[in-house]
Design a protein around this ligand. Structure first.
Ligand code: SF4
Length: 332
């Protein structure tokens, strides 16, 4: 804690920090390390169609700190479409995503007179996004390099401005590195943190199947709107041609979500044999495509193979029915 002199009286200057709080163990430990030094900590968490603040809210509550939540959909989507530093194993642009988040935290730091920013990053914990070069790139790109503290690996990294100025005690920060999380688990036990989710567990961009869908969407629609992105989270996705796709509900809840997403530009299909899927045809509405969609809908319904099946089609305000013969579907 910094001490300043004012008219001969020694005053303790309160130090404020704002940090990226994912709700994972590393970010919680980073908060704890700073709270232990008497620093006033605020967390910041972000919202996009790919992740939300649910885990961070829980963590902030447990840690007893304030949490700011920012919707960064627009800026983040540009990065997901075209990440300057590329993707990780799936469609996760972690380096650029982190840089964006630190930049936003930095803007809040400037606006609110906070002293520094921190993250729960650990040197070499993730081979691509947390090696020394990546940490440097994130710091540089964020525009707040001098003010970015990584409490869990601080002793292995260059000293930051707040450390040099004595706003926080570098000696009390950590020198954790590598993929083993042994030291983090020991710290968690010390601080009584018993529940924490998997690292990156909350980000759909690290999910292989979701990433395949997203890639397909970008290939066929370079400027998707929020609805296109939200629909990627629901149902089976079957591409019918370059311009059309069918989404097939896999359970009651997905059927309801698909129904809610229906717009005048789509066709909604449902089979008379229930339980069965609700399907959404997006894109072209050629007769041949509608027929194919109806066959898929029947195949995923409870109709027996070879049985005649009535399919209801909802188009804008109108409804009609067509009959198809149910075929076998791979219902895995
Ligand atoms: S896992 Fe997702 S939220 Fe986290 S840095 Fe990577 S892209 Fe961003």
């Amino acid at each position: 804690m910094c001490k300043i002199r004012d008219n001969g009286i020694i005053l303790k200057k309160k130090v404020y920090a704002i940090g990226l709080l994912s709700g994972g163990l590393d970010s919680m430990l980073a908060v704890k390390l700073l709270l232990e030094q008497g620093i006033e900590v605020t967390g910041i968490s972000f919202m996009t169609p790919f992740f939300g603040p649910k885990m961070a809210n829980k963590a902030a509550e447990k840690l007893g700190i304030e949490l700011i939540v920012k919707d960064i959909t627009e800026r983040h989507l540009e990065i997901v479409k075209n990440p300057p530093h590329g993707y990780g194993k799936t469609m996760n642009p972690c380096i650029d995503c982190h840089a964006l988040m630190v930049n936003i935290a930095g803007q809040i730091m400037d606006e609110q007179g906070v002293d520094f920013i921190f993250t729960g990053e650990v040197l070499n914990e993730r081979p691509m996004s947390q090696n020394r070069r990546s940490l440097d790139v994130v710091a540089e790109m964020s525009g707040y390099k001098e003010y970015l503290v990584r409490p869990l690996s601080a002793k292995l990294l260059e000293q930051t401005k707040p450390e040099k100025e004595g706003l926080l005690n570098r000696g009390l920060l950590m020198d954790i590195q590598g993929r083993s999380r042994k030291l983090q688990f020991e710290l968690a036990a010390k601080y009584g943190i018993e529940e924490y989710p998997n690292p990156a567990g909350g980000c759909l961009l690290t999910d292989k199947n979701f990433s395949l869908r997203l890639k397909d969407l970008f290939q066929h629609n370079p400027d998707p709107v929020l609805r296109d992105l939200n629909l990627l989270k629901v149902g089976r996705h079957i591409r019918l041609n370059e311009k059309s796709k069918l989404i097939v509900g896999r359970n009651e809840q997905e059927n309801r979500e698909i129904e809610k997403s229906f717009s005048a530009a789509d066709i909604l299909l449902s089979a008379e044999h229930i339980p069965g899927p609700v399907c959404l045809l997006l894109g072209e509405k050629l007769e041949s495509l509608v027929e194919r969609a109806a066959h898929v809908c029947a195949a995923y319904s409870d109709a027996e193979e070879g049985q005649s099946c009535q399919i209801r089609l909802k188009k804008n305000q109108f409804e009609e029915e067509i009959k198809v013969i149910a075929a076998k579907a791979d219902k895995q």
